[in-house]
Design a protein around this ligand. Sequence first.
Ligand SMILES: [Fe+2]
Ligand SMILES: [Fe+2]
Length: 185
Amino acid sequence: MTNALNAWHAEHAYFRQLLDLLHKQVDVFHTGKRPNYQLMLDIISYLQDYSDQVHHPREDVAYARLAKRCPAIELTLVRFGQEHRVIAHAGKSLLNLLNEILGGAIVPRADLEAAAATYIVYYRNHIAKEEEDFVSRAAQALTAEDWEAVRSAVPAGGDPLFGDHPEERYRELRRQIVREAQSET
Ligand SMILES: [Fe+2]
Ligand SMILES: [Fe+2]
C-alpha cells in the first residue's frame, strides 16, 4: 500500500512537472516567439497515453472503493471522475490544435491560448485537490484488497516516459526534462 501511495504521489509530481514544461512553452508563445510545438504535442500525447489510460482508470476504481467506505465524500469523488473526462476532452482539443499547427494550418492565437490555459489550469487544480482530499483518506481507508483492485484495473505496463523502459518516441521530451532539471540546480 505504501508503494502504491508513493507511486501515486510520484505520478502527480511527474504530471505537474510536465504541466510546468507546457506552461513554459505557452509563455514563449505569449512573447510572440514560436514555441516548441512538437514538445507540447509530446507532453499531451504522453498524458493521454499514460494518465488518461492508466493513472485515471486506476483512480476511478480507487474512488469507487473509497466512496463505499467514506460515503460522506462520495460527491467529491464523483467529481474527480467527471474531471478525468473533462481533462481527456480538453487534451484532445489541444492535441488537435497542435496537430493542425504542425501540419501548417493557421490557427487563431486565441484558440491555442484558451485551449492550453484551460488544460493547464484545470489539470493542476485537479491534481492539487486529489492530493489534498483524496490521497491521505485513501491511505487510511483502503484495504490491501482495494489496492489490488486499483492496481489490476489496468493491465500492468510501464510508464512510457518516466518508467524503467522509456519509449523511443519520448526521447526528446526526456532530454528536455533532464535539461530543465539541470537548469534548476
Ligand atoms: Fe485524477
Ligand atoms: Fe491523479
